[in-house]
Each structure stands twice: as C-alpha cells, then as structure tokens.
Design a protein around this ligand. Structure first.
Ligand code: KIV
Ligand code: ZN
Length: 474
C-alpha cells in the first residue's frame, strides 16, 4: 500500500464555537425511509411493483410517517408504483410520501404528473454541488450551479402555484425538500449559499417549513467534522426556524451511524436512511440500528421493531440480499455468546434477574394496599454482554448461549437448566463442562442442545456404572 499520497486530507473546518459535544440525545428525530428509492436504486435487481408495495406496507407498519417511494421520472416501474400507491389509496392519512427528482425541467414536470391526486407529499429535488461534480460532471462554475438550483426551485414553485395544479390537487399539500447532493464534498460556505438561494424561492415559514437535506453522498471525513459542519450550517442559515435540517449519511468510511448521531447532537431534526443500511456502495445510514440505539438508551424511537424477524424477512425477500450475522441488533449471532467467560456472566446476569423478579413479585403480593401490576419486561435490564433484551425484538433466549470448544461450564449449565430444567452442582459443572469442551473440540464444531442432553445422560450412565451418581433434577 504505497500510493496513499494520491489521497488528500479533507480541508480543515474550524469551528471552535461547537456545542454539540456537550449535548445528549433525548428525542428521536423525524425518520424518513429512503428504502424504496436510494436503497432500491442500489440493488442488483430493483424491486418490482409488488415488492415495493409489500415493503411500503411494512414501513407503514413500523411507524414511518415519511417514506421516499421512488424516483418517478427515472423509469416506468417507478412512475407506475407511485400511481398505484395514489390510485389504490394505499397511503394512510398520517403518512407523507416523498419523491425524488433531479433539477431538470422535463423530470420535474413528469414528477408532478406522477403526484396528481396525492394528499400529502414531499417533492425532493437536488443538484450536485461539490467542486469535482461542478467541474467534471456539469462543467459549470459556482454561480451557474446556483442558477441551476434556483431555476429548478422557481419551476417547482410556479407549477405548485398554477390554477391547474391547485384545481387538480385540491386539498393536497406538497412540501419541498432540497438536497445539495455531495454536500459532504462541498465547501460548507458554498453549500450554505446555494441552500439559502434555493430556499428563498419558496419563502418557507415556521408554519410551512421546507426541508434542507445535507447528504454525506460519499462519506469523506470523520463524524465529528460532519457534526461541526451541520452545527455551523444551522447557526448560519438565515431563517433557521423555517427549515427542517435533514441528514442523509452514507457509510463509505463505516461511520454513517456515528455521523447521523453526532449530526443530531449538532441540531439536525430529521434523518433519512434505510432499513438495515441497504443503499449505494456501502449503504445508507441503517435506521434499525439508529432507532434501536435510541431504544437502548431508554428513549422511545417511535419506530416499532418488536418483530425484527419480520423486518429481516421482508428485507431479504424484496432486496434479495442477506443480513450479515454480525449486523447490529438484527444479525443471527448478535445476541449469542460462545466464549466461556461471557456465558458465565450472562448466566449470572439471568440468575440475578430471576431473583429480582421473584422478590419484586413477593413484595407486591405482600403489600395489598399498594399492590400494582409488576411488568417483568419493565425491570431494568442489566445482563452482561447483552445491550438489549432480545425478547424486545421478538427473539427468544435460545441462542443467547451456544456451545463450542471455547465455551465453559457456565454456558453448559445455563443451557441444561434453561432447556431441560437440569441444575448441576459446582463439581458437576466443572467436570461435565470439560467433557463437553473436549467433545466439541474433537468434533471440531458446535454442540446443539439435544446433543448436550445426550452427553449429560451418557455422562451419568457412566457414573452410574462406576457406582456413583450425582445429579439433581429440578
Ligand atoms: O446520497 C445522496 O446524496 C442522495 C441525494 C439524492 C439525497 O441520495
Ligand atoms: Zn443517498
């Protein structure tokens, strides 16, 4: 690896006035799923209308109130899906659909056609603003790019205000979102300038805000820099109260989640992302992880992942990609311990929790006057190595401890007790734990629970045969 000199460090952004490092996350943001657009456009095989519809219903069920449903001017499937949603009356009253368009007249007009009859929608338009995009892709200078964004804004505003549109759409409410695409690679001062120029066209107010979306289209610097720029942007925007600052992070450096979280500390109001992080290249910010990070800090995320297996099933079926085993909160192995010391700690954690449950129930039984329902699920969660209760996601404890040659006596006794009600003495834990370890090592694989039970029976038969028995069945 000797060619690192061809990469430049991101120019320093000085913002000593930053306040975000002293802030704490206390409320979830406005969530917007971009699965059906950004996620979909990154798929080897994009979703068909049926799959998009199934995904859309799932997003609604999870609690999303803003859903980017496509890029209707990009293909017939995209356009037809939008029409199907509107004409089929599939959009609940409290859900706003969002559609994306480039800042081109033909595409903007086609997008408006697609939106006919929508009760509530966000029209999201963008143009790219970074130096390399300006020079290499558009061949335009800074003011020409501003003029391009402003022209698109004026056209959108003009169409929104025409009598024809107003008559056709009656009570419909079309809100506006603008993205300076490649914001993360754009000079912050210039990004602010173009966003302000565009927003002036719509004259947003506190009652009728527009959304300014700040995409880390490609993640090129560390999350603290993103947060600095987001805070600086909000502090310098001329009518900050009239805009919603939205973040749209990608994950090229693997820190999309961190960038979103720090960006929220820095004052952003809204997050765009996808379920389990599908999206261009390394993906978008994963909304499952972001939401459950809030949940794990005792904050209601206003999204419901209590049946995470269903989310995984829809994700895999419609996107035709797999969720990796180590994916935060959702991967098959993320609530599983193989190592002996982890298993031992988990076992002890569950024992302590059971004891606390029993004592709380006894307390409430005794004191009839103040008797109140004790919801076991609400007892403080303090199990080592398990950041949240797998049951909250609709998972059980079966895979919390799995046995292989790295496992110890704690894990073995945990499974025998949990699955078969067999409790081992201290001595048995030690000797039988070693028996299992040796067996797994000799087989070169994991030992499942039924095998474990058979090993336990065999161990006892041999002890019996040798004339000594020592077990206690609960
Ligand atoms: O990543 C991006 O910049 C986008 C924009 C169109 C918002 O997806
Ligand atoms: Zn994107």
């Amino acid at each position: 690896m000797k060619y690192f000199n061809k990469y430049k460090p991101f120019p320093k952004f000085k913002f000593p006035e930053r306040t975000w490092p002293n802030k704490t996350l206390v409320n979830p943001p406005i969530w917007c799923s971009v699965d059906l657009r950004d996620g979909n456009q990154a798929l080897v095989q994009p979703m068909n209308i049926q799959e998009k519809l199934e995904f859309f219903h799932h997003l609604v069920g999870l609690g999303f109130k803003e859903i980017e449903v496509g890029y209707p001017a990009a293909s017939d499937t995209e356009f037809e899906f939008l029409r199907e949603l509107i004409e089929g009356d599939y959009i609940p009253d409290d859900v706003t659909i969002q559609v994306l368009t480039q800042s081109r007249e033909d595409l903007i007009r086609r997008t408006f056609e697609g939106l006919k009859g929508a009760k509530k929608a966000i029209l999201h338009f963008y143009n790219s603003t970074s130096p390399v995009q300006r020079q290499v892709v558009f061949g335009q200078n800074k003011s020409e790019i501003i003029a391009l964004g402003v022209r698109a804004a004026e056209l959108i505003q003009e169409i929104r205000m025409t009598k024809e549109f107003q008559d056709q759409n009656g009570k419909s409410r079309i809100r506006i979102e603008y993205s300076p695409e490649s914001f993360s690679s754009t000079e912050p001062e210039y990004a602010l300038e173009i966003c302000q120029a565009v927003s002036k066209v719509f004259a947003p107010t506190i009652e009728d805000k527009m959304i300014i979306n700040l995409p880390a289209t490609v993640e090129v610097y560390t999350p603290n820099v993103y947060a600095d720029i987001v805070e600086w942007f909000g502090k310098n925007f001329h009518n900050r109260d009239s805009i919603i600052i939205s973040l749209h992070t990608h994950n090229d450096r693997g820190t999309g989640i961190a960038a979103s979280e720090l960006g929220l500390l820095a004052g952003a109001d809204r997050i765009e992302g996808t379920l389990l992080g599908n999206g261009e290249r390394t993906g978008n910010a994963d909304l499952v992880t972001l939401a459950l990070n809030f949940y794990s800090m005792g904050i209601d995320p206003h999204l419901d992942f209590s049946n995470i297996n269903k989310t995984i099933q829809i994700f895999e079926k419609c996107n035709k990609i797999r969720v990796p085993e180590r994916h935060p909160y959702a991967g098959e192995l993320v609530f599983t311990a193989f190592s002996g010391s982890h298993q031992d700690a988990i076992h002890k954690g569950f024992q302590a929790r059971n004891e606390r449950e029993i004592s709380d129930l006894e307390k409430s039984d005794k004191d009839q006057n103040t008797k109140k329902e004790i919801d076991i699920n609400n007892l403080p969660w303090e199990i080592p190595y398990l950041p949240i209760d797998p049951k909250d996601l609709g998972r059980d404890y079966t895979s919390v401890v799995r046995i292989n040659s790295q496992s110890g006596k704690g894990g073995v006794s945990f499974i025998l007790e949990k699955d078969f009600g067999i409790s081992l003495s201290k001595e048995e834990k030690k000797i039988f734990g070693q028996v299992v370890k040796d067996y797994s090592d000799s087989q070169g694989r994991e030992v499942n629970t039924w095998e474990l039970k058979r090993l336990w029976e065999k161990y006892n038969e041999e002890l019996n045969a040798a004339g000594s028995l020592s077990s206690s069945i609960k």
